[in-house]
Design a protein around this ligand. Sequence first.
Ligand SMILES: NC(=O)c1ccc[n+]([C@@H]2O[C@H](COP(=O)([O-])OP(=O)(O)OC[C@H]3O[C@@H](n4cnc5c(N)ncnc54)[C@H](OP(=O)(O)O)[C@@H]3O)[C@@H](O)[C@H]2O)c1
Length: 293
Amino acid sequence: MTIAVTTPTGHVGSRVVRLLLQAGVRPRVLVRDPARLDADTRARVDVRRGDLTDGTYVREATAGARTVFWVDPTPHTHPEPIDTSERTGAHIAAAARSGDVARVVLLSSIGAERRHGAGHVDGLARIEEQLDASGADVLHLRCGYFFSNLLLDLDGLARGVLTTPFDPGMPMAWVDPRDIGDVVAARLLNDDWHGRTVQAVHGPEDLTFAGVAGILTEALGRTIRLETVSEDALRAQLRDAGLPSGAVEGIVGMSAGMRGLVPEQPRDLLTTTPTSLGAWAYETLRPLLAVRA
Ligand SMILES: NC(=O)c1ccc[n+]([C@@H]2O[C@H](COP(=O)([O-])OP(=O)(O)OC[C@H]3O[C@@H](n4cnc5c(N)ncnc54)[C@H](OP(=O)(O)O)[C@@H]3O)[C@@H](O)[C@H]2O)c1
């Protein structure tokens, strides 16, 4: 039962690989640069080197794998994020359609159920649809807002400011990507699910951005003040930073698309994961900010 893992150097993928190794499995990993895997891991996996946007590579590297963990690698900064996600996802969908791959676990997102109007998340919806039509067994893991998104604005947090375009009072699912990796690995190792399945990964509790600022203040031992920006102000900031208009709309659309969204999958035993934001911030964020002090 060969298991293939994409983005083994990412927040989620690296956790998946670690757990598969600990389960006694030798996974196949699809990686751009094997040197980015630590030497211990490299020695225990079958490396297929290449770029996920290359269809020929994806077909060859996944051929014969019973199960594939697929992560869309399209950066939010891409000038055509949604179409690019769709085109890249078409490679794994083709492998699934042809029977080269029997099962796919997709790292998807809350908001993909909207299908349209959630910015770059619409690209994940396109991948879900392509996989659904492939005839393979597919599991879409619709994940909440990753704790690791906070790592994208360390400068702001170091200044004591958390900036967001989201409504500060809107509760949202926030999740540790490592806990997502746990769910992915468990699903990859279970050979008994079939058909089309959707499961959410919601983290331990829904949080508002106002609440997040309070949790960070406590965990980091410094005051973190919330600053909200309007979508227009965010647009202007992203344009000033040199992002093309497609990327700007993909990013702004993600926050607009979450407004008023009630996730299709409710919070329950299966969707709730253990790590709290406070624990993650203390362990991961605090040391990163301490070296900037
Ligand atoms: N952030 C959120 O709140 C959120 C919520 C729901 C879903 N998601 C989804 O989660 C995914 C990101 O997961 P993550 O945070 O674990 O990833 P990550 O830590 O941001 O890492 C990105 C990974 O993608 C790889 N990669 C980038 N471009 C590639 C290419 N062209 N070919 C092959 N590999 C490539 C990188 O490899 P290198 O080491 O070579 O750079 C790295 O392993 C995205 O698909 C996103 O849509 C995110």
